[in-house]
Design a binder for this molecule. Sequence first.
Ligand code: CO
Ligand code: CO
Length: 329
Amino acid sequence: MKVDLLKLVEYGGCSAKIPAKQLEEILKFLPLPSDPNILVDIDTHDDAGVYRISDELALVLTTDFFPPVCSDPYEFGQIAAANSISDVYAMGGDPVLALNIVMFPAKGLPLEAYAEMLKGGFDKATEAGVRIIGGHTIDDTPPKYGLAVVGFVHPEKIMTNAGARPGDKLILTKPLGTGVIMAAQRMGIADQSDIEEAKRQMKLLNKTGAEVMKRHGIKGATDITGFGLAGHLLKMARASKVSINISMKKVPLIGKTYSLVDDGCIPGASFRNLEYCENDTSFSPDLDYNLKMIAFDAQTSGGLLMSVPADRLMLLFLICTAGLSSFGL
Ligand code: CO
Ligand code: CO
């Protein structure tokens, strides 16, 4: 029996996140632990927490999991793992170990689908050099899957969303549009080639981009996921105490993303992300409506966003475009 995981979910991938506004309200009630070895905590809403073990070594800790973004269990496993591991890359870390986080209906779906999903996660983790050494499962519908990941970083080489500096330029390493394309798939109006391209991008590890950042001593970085390009940039702007300008015309899009927005493919998450950012964002009067909504499109397993000193932009841009499908903003 061929399983179609998308039939089981309303929101898939990172668009199933709790809206940023609500999350901030909740986190206000949570006291921040104090410990001089905590180098990054939830205060700056960064991609992962970082804890110093010694002057040479810090741990990077993160977890992400979500409901299916595609029909096939094996591909879903690959995407979920690539997305979870990305938060370690976004901190400049080397991912090393992981635990599976699995929610899966014990009845109603064949066990092979479960096994395929885990195999997808295992294969992607292996590609990243990550060993999965345990996990936890809950009987639950719809399925959800992801990893808790541990990585290492040198305490002086951490990249954070607080590391952007005035005058920096931005490089984004994957095109936008996974939220729009998934919505279009649900409506039955997405081209198969766009669906395939979106899945290819979501499965792609952010490993190469992270290596480029490390080699060039980049300090400001994040990855683009559920809060959309604009949402994650706002978090970076706040943490770095800078303002950020983007020209949406320069941002690359997957396939027919732009025209699908015309056809009404604007997922609910885009409006929630817009609402979160609205008070702190200004829009140029000639900004096209479709491009504006795409800036807020929730990405699943999106690209790295690096904040690069202007004098190194051309060099890094060339390296990225040669090695990745990467782009300047
Ligand atoms: Co992240
Ligand atoms: Co995350």
